[in-house]
Design a protein around this ligand. Structure first.
Ligand code: CA
Ligand code: CA
Length: 168
């Protein structure tokens, strides 16, 4: 079987969502991501920012399940991800942005503040979410499209949508 560059990229996106690496994307993966972010930035789960992050993670999971969990077993398999999520999100990147926005908004609040987050803290967020160290630093620098040294919500939401909708 030939693995195309496109298929490799899809596999990497799947692995990014499958935080615990058990071969499925499910609610636990989103909760694990939220928990890891709170630990990285020393934020209590019971704080307002912590609660907002869990609410955002749940909304992100529900949105992804609505798009991709075709058999309704509360797990997104690799097959469902490739044939459901990737195709449908590519057709409609704005939809993905809206699904991910509450989580990303809350993650930025945990990492920095309402005015945006520095490039270094954004790189920490990406590392916690499973992106390699060097790649995370590079990606964070690229996210700062207007070059002011801070990442704002629009920059991270649109970059995230571009990354996960995987153009062919
Ligand atoms: Ca998993
Ligand atoms: Ca399923």
């Amino acid at each position: 079987m030939v693995t195309s560059e496109y298929e490799r990229r899809i596999a990497a996106r799947f692995a990014g969502f499958d935080q615990d690496g058990n071969g499925n994307i499910d609610r636990e993966d989103f909760m694990a991501a939220a928990k890891a972010l709170l630990a990285e930035f020393g934020t209590a789960a019971r704080s307002d920012k912590g609660q907002a992050l869990y609410v955002g993670a749940e909304a992100f999971w529900q949105g992804m399940a609505g798009i991709a969990d075709r058999d309704g077993d509360q797990r997104i398999t690799r097959e469902e991800f490739v044939n459901g999520a990737v195709k449908r999100l590519r057709d409609n990147p704005d939809r993905f942005a809206e699904i991910a926005r509450p989580f990303l908004h809350a993650a930025l609040a945990v990492a920095g503040g309402d005015a945006g987050v520095g490039v270094d803290d954004t790189s920490r967020v990406l590392r916690v979410l499973g992106v390699d160290g060097d790649l995370a630093a590079q990606a964070a620098a690229q996210l700062d499209t207007d070059g002011d040294g801070r990442i704002d919500e629009e920059e991270i939401v649109s970059a995230f949508a571009r990354y996960f909708t995987v153009p062919e």
